[in-house]
Each structure stands twice: as structure tokens, then as C-alpha cells.
Design a protein around this ligand. Structure first.
Ligand SMILES: [Zn+2]
Length: 240
């Protein structure tokens, strides 16, 4: 067993570690939330990461992006991710799609071999596409997002649990699609870490602790709650 993963063995066993090294994870958006997940998955020895993210790196990302440094400002984000993950763990294969998940056809072609989807997109258009991909290709999806000091994580399994569209048939009114939203660095870090933990648990042990549930937190009073997500039997995505 590779020394890099020595501390995993008593938790995951050699078999679990081997499953990680054979796994492919698709991550939609690789910023404060998805980049934290990518960081931990790379360190954990996941074999292949498929990263979808558009644009170039802004200085305002630096308070929360684990995969970026000051010298990266102005560079294409996906170039930075590839370089940084290679520095973290050269055993991880990285493939990139230099755009957000705005086209279902594009992400279907890019991520069809994924074992699990990590939906870390802040925009609902992308999140709905990731949900559709999950349902079409029968791939479990772990979804997480944050705003200011609140955040949540949920896990969906096609044919077994409700889907994202059961919970949000339409983009909720409280959700503001803002490119510059309030965020302390810690909030996205917590969410990204939880997303990675769910993915590792699923790949290595076949378990999703948040299957059909939402973990919601509010850091203003350190309140963490787990809520059950109800199936919508009229859902246009998973009940059709
Ligand atoms: Zn549904």
C-alpha cells in the first residue's frame, strides 16, 4: 500500500483504498466548495477527477479557494486546478472541461464514466443539469452549496431517493444567482469537506450518510440540523 494513504488503512481498509484508486468523480464547479472537495479527494487517492469549471481566476476567489494562489490570478481556472492537483498527488488523473455545466450534452459526454457526481455549482441552471445527468446515467449525486454563513449538503441516489428537483421543482425565490456572493472562507471549506467525505464513504464503503437527507448549518450560532427530503411523486425529473 502506498505510504501516502497509510493513515486511511484502519478506517477504509486496503479494499476501500483500492476502490478509491479505481474511482472516477465528476465535480461541477471547483471553487471554494468544489475545490475543497477536489483537494481532499486528490489527497485521499481517488483515481480520476473530472473537473468542469469556466473562466479565469479572480483575486476575490483567494479567500476560499484551496487550489489557487495569488500568482494564479488571471490564469484559466482549469489550468490552475490541473497544476495544483498534480502537486498534491501526482497519482491522480485529472481531466478538465473549461466551462460550467450549462449544457447537458457537454457534461453527459464529459462525465459519463463518473462513479459519483459532486454538484458544487452555485447557479441553479447548472445544478438542474447535474441532477438530470445523475438521473439519466444512474449516478449518485452529492450536492452542496453555501451563502454567507449558511450551507447545506444532500445526497441523492437515482431510483432510491428523491432528487434535487423533488426538493426544488423550480429555482426557489430565496436563491439569488449572484456571481459575487457573501462568503467567509470557512463556510465553503466545511461544505467541500463534507462533500468529499460523502464521496469517499460511498466509493470505499457503499454508504451515503446523507442519502435522501439535507444537512443544514448556520455558523452564526453553530446550528447543524439534518432534515429528511420528501419525494415529489409528480417530479418531472425522477417520477416521469
Ligand atoms: Zn425528483
Amino acid at each position: 500500500m502506498n505510504a501516502k494513504y497509510a493513515r486511511h488503512l484502519s478506517v477504509l481498509g486496503e479494499e476501500g483504498q483500492k476502490k478509491l484508486s479505481n474511482a472516477t468523480v465528476y465535480i461541477s464547479r471547483v471553487g471554494g466548495v468544489g475545490g475543497t472537495a477536489a483537494n481532499y479527494l486528490a489527497r485521499s487517492g481517488v483515481g480520476r477527477l473530472l473537473l468542469a469549471h469556466g473562466g479565469t481566476l479572480d483575486a476575490e476567489y483567494l479567500n476560499r479557494w484551496h487550489l489557487a494562489h495569488e500568482s494564479d490570478v488571471g490564469r484559466p481556472c482549469v489550468d490552475v486546478f490541473k497544476e495544483e492537483i498534480a502537486r498534491i498527488n501526482s497519482s491522480v488523473e485529472v481531466e478538465v472541461l473549461g466551462e460550467h455545466a450549462k449544457s447537458i450534452d457537454d457534461i453527459k459526454a464529459f462525465a459519463n464514466e463518473a462513479d459519483v457526481i459532486i454538484d458544487a455549482a452555485p447557479m441553479f441552471e447548472e445544478r438542474y443539469n447535474n441532477n438530470l445527468l445523475s438521473q439519466m446515467l444512474n449516478i449518485p449525486m452529492i450536492s452542496g452549496s453555501m451563502y454567507a454563513q449558511e450551507g447545506y449538503v444532500m445526497s441523492f441516489v437515482p431510483g432510491e431517493t428523491p432528487c434535487l428537483s423533488c426538493l426544488y421543482p423550480e429555482k426557489p425565490e430565496f436563491w439569488v444567482d449572484r456571481h459575487v456572493f457573501p462568503a467567509l472562507g470557512t463556510g465553503p471549506g466545511i461544505i467541500g469537506c463534507l462533500l468529499a467525505n460523502e464521496a469517499i464513504s460511498y466509493i470505499a464503503k457503499g454508504e451515503l450518510q446523507l442519502k435522501g437527507k439535507m444537512l443544514h448549518y448556520d455558523l452564526t450560532d453553530m446550528d447543524f440540523n439534518k432534515l429528511k427530503i420528501e419525494k415529489d411523486h409528480q417530479c418531472k425529473v425522477c417520477s416521469a
